[in-house]
Design a protein around this ligand. Structure first.
Ligand code: ZN
Length: 113
């Protein structure tokens, strides 16, 4: 745990302070949302270009072999509550009947739950 607030993304001042839901910088007046878009995290998109977010539901668009086992995630498998992560497999999720695993965003398609 740390109480340190992140430095101002505009001028790198370390004197940022909390202003309601925002953080503010006393030196340059910049205000920003903590944790959001400081490094402009790249958007994760599915196979057809929909932007994916944590908690989305997706379906698998092709059979995917599960690494280290003989299981296959079948095309059309619906996966709820995905979590976006960094890495080669950029979706962390729990696949019904398989368990926790990583998926690649290019092999899924977002669906409305
Ligand atoms: Zn600043």
């Amino acid at each position: 745990m740390t109480d340190m607030l992140p430095p101002c993304p505009a001028c790198s001042s370390v004197y940022s302070y909390q202003l309601d839901a925002l953080l503010a910088c006393p030196e340059c007046g910049h205000e920003w949302q903590p944790g959001a878009s400081e490094d402009a995290a790249p958007e994760v998109r599915d196979s057809v270009g929909n932007v994916l977010r944590d908690g989305d539901t997706v379906t698998v668009i092709k059979d995917l072999k599960v690494k280290g086992s003989s299981s296959v995630v079948k095309v059309g498998t619906k996966v709820r509550g995905i979590r976006l992560v960094d890495g080669d497999h950029d979706i962390d999720c729990k696949v019904p009947g398989i368990g926790q695993m990583g998926l690649k965003s290019q092999f899924v398609k977002k669906v409305s739950d």
